[in-house]
Ligand binder design. Sequence first.
Ligand SMILES: C[S@@+](CC[C@H](N)C(=O)[O-])C[C@H]1O[C@@H](n2cnc3c(N)ncnc32)[C@H](O)[C@@H]1O
Length: 299
Amino acid sequence: MAWISLTLDIPAQWVEPISDWLSAAGALAVTARDAGDQPIFEPDPDQQPLWPQVRVEALLPDDADAAEIARALGDWCRRQGVIALAPELVALPEQDWSSTWRAGLEPRCFNRRLWVIARDVPAPADDAAVLRLDPGLAFGTGNHATTALCLAWLAEADLAGKSVVDYGCGSGILGIAALLLGAAHTVCVDHDPQALIATTDNATFNGIAPSRLTVCAPAALPRVRAGYDVVLANILANPLITLAPRLTSLLRPGGWLVLSGVLEPQWRDVEAAYPAVRFAPPAVRDGWVAAAGRYEDAH
Ligand SMILES: C[S@@+](CC[C@H](N)C(=O)[O-])C[C@H]1O[C@@H](n2cnc3c(N)ncnc32)[C@H](O)[C@@H]1O
């Protein structure tokens, strides 16, 4: 499918109202990023980007009247007093979005125990488990620092017979990796239906028995039992803070919580939202933080 991209540079406090405006005007996705190219996808209403000047990009369907939307947005900005140049429009050629990611996916090995490779490349000849991946439209190829940090943790953990929750599963990469590394059962959760489809598809492709995997939307989780050995959540700082009681309640006493998707300056606030978890010093890569800690029941 072809798209039209509309971009606009604005002060950070206008990200939320302008994202809402663009969604109401028919945008299929809205992304905010700084000049340094660190994206925040679909910013939540309570989520404030860190950067003072933000580039907002909206994807419009190719049959939208993009010129009229850009003009109306420019008028709206002027009326609200938003200091911004006119929105820029670029037609994006049709391409196979679900396979473009593969161009950047190099086979990667974690702790000599786990390979993550594209589906159509030969498996390396060693004893490591192999996760063959196609993320579809969901996030999670293992190339992003936040995912790689979680995979590195999983590849060092003793997961034999463990129960795992992958909250915000995207492609299912973390939950399926846990199963390939010996976990008994994984629950993969995401609020994006594309992620649930991609996860199920990747699990099937990797030969995961259906009895070892539950794939569900967050609303279905209360019906699933709590007391998990490991809960992984590679989301973003604000959702992790909001979800803190939920994620903590899923753990058994002594269970591991692994959080990722947090920029370095945000870590203290995230850590403070989990008073019952004793975190080890976090790992940092490319400015992103991932931390693992044990849930202590005493709180
Ligand atoms: C950064 S991606 C991580 C994907 C994958 N787990 C990985 O590590 O690469 C975050 C995922 O969390 C999902 N997500 C964000 N907020 C969520 C929420 N409140 N509840 C459930 N899923 C959420 C998004 O749809 C997205 O698939």
